[in-house]
Design a protein around this ligand. Structure first.
Ligand code: ADP
Ligand code: MG
Length: 269
């Protein structure tokens, strides 16, 4: 049975300001959903709320991953249960290389899945069982090769001096290594040139299959030339106002967002 991610009547405010006004969305493993909307409509707010960012206040609603309430879980537990949020780890962490970071993140998820036995601890400490170095190295090398990421990246400090395109590629590397059930990918709009976009999209396409459900958040239709969504949703002023198939994205490409605003914009109060 495929797992599902169910968002029900989610209301979120930021700095006391209501932003999301009742989001309903259901994603099954194997389905690709695109969430589109003009700037400021609340797309990133949805991703931050799902990752449990403290600035994003949940006012109402529920989020279930396979029937379990996600909103009451700490962020690391959300990851362990199979939820991947693209900018879960956006900050520079001095002294932590990408490889070290990934080894610890992957180990944590696999421990939770029972895929790492406790005897493998290198230090003898029970709680921090890491994936054996040799096995990890083999896996990361192969994955980086598949994603055409330069090997030198593994030794760089996390996000330090990474360009926008490099960060995106590293996100996809994390995604490939963590093998989540659901991925929320917030396309941080700017900064991706056409080559970076293609590489990121190809990387995502390689991971798409019956085991991955994805919510691809994007302002522009162009990403969807590479990633074919099964469903497209339009967010406006914190509400999903239209849902449909891929044709909806093409309509936005052709007509922009004005018709959506004209049709749904809340009357000025
Ligand atoms: P989108 O990703 O669709 O462009 P956002 O979710 O980033 O939209 O923003 C939605 C609204 O919430 C905007 O009006 C924005 O100013 C506000 N907002 C988002 N994050 C914050 C924040 N951390 N502090 C203050 N306001 C915020
Ligand atoms: Mg955004």
């Amino acid at each position: 049975m495929p797992a599902d991610l169910v968002i029900r009547n989610l209301k979120v405010s930021v700095a006391g300001e209501p932003i999301l006004r009742g989001i309903n969305l259901e994603i099954k493993q194997g389905e690709i959903h695109a969430l589109m909307g003009p700037n400021g409509s609340g797309k990133s707010t949805l991703s931050y709320a799902l990752m449990g960012h403290p600035k994003y206040q949940i006012d109402d609603g529920e989020v279930f991953l396979d029937g379990e309430n996600v909103l009451s879980m700490p962020a690391d537990e959300r990851a362990q249960k199979g939820l991947f949020l693209a900018f879960q780890y956006p900050t520079t962490i001095p002294g932590v290389t990408l490889a070290n970071f990934l080894r610890s993140a992957v180990s944590s998820v696999r421990r939770a899945r029972g895929e790492l036995s406790t005897q493998m601890s290198e230090t003898g400490a029970r709680r921090e069982t890491l994936m054996p170095m040799r096995e990890f190295r083999k896996e990361i090398t192969q994955t980086m090769k598949d994603l055409e990421i330069d090997m030198s990246f593994a030794r760089r400090y996390l996000n330090e001096g990474f360009s926008g395109g490099e960060k995106k590629r590293v996100e996809i590397l994390q995604l490939a290594m963590l093998q989540p059930k659901f991925a929320i990918l917030d396309e941080t709009d700017s900064g991706l040139d056409i080559d970076a976009l293609r590489i990121v999209a190809e990387g995502i396409n390689k991971l798409i299959g019956p085991n991955l459900g994805a919510l691809v958040i994007t302002h522009y239709q162009r990403l969807l030339n590479y990633i074919q969504p099964h469903y497209v949703h339009i967010l406006l002023d914190g509400q999903i106002v239209e849902s449909g198939g891929p044709e909806l994205a093409h309509e936005l490409e052709a007509k922009g967002y004005d018709w959506v605003r004209a049709k749904y914009a809340a009357p000025v109060s």
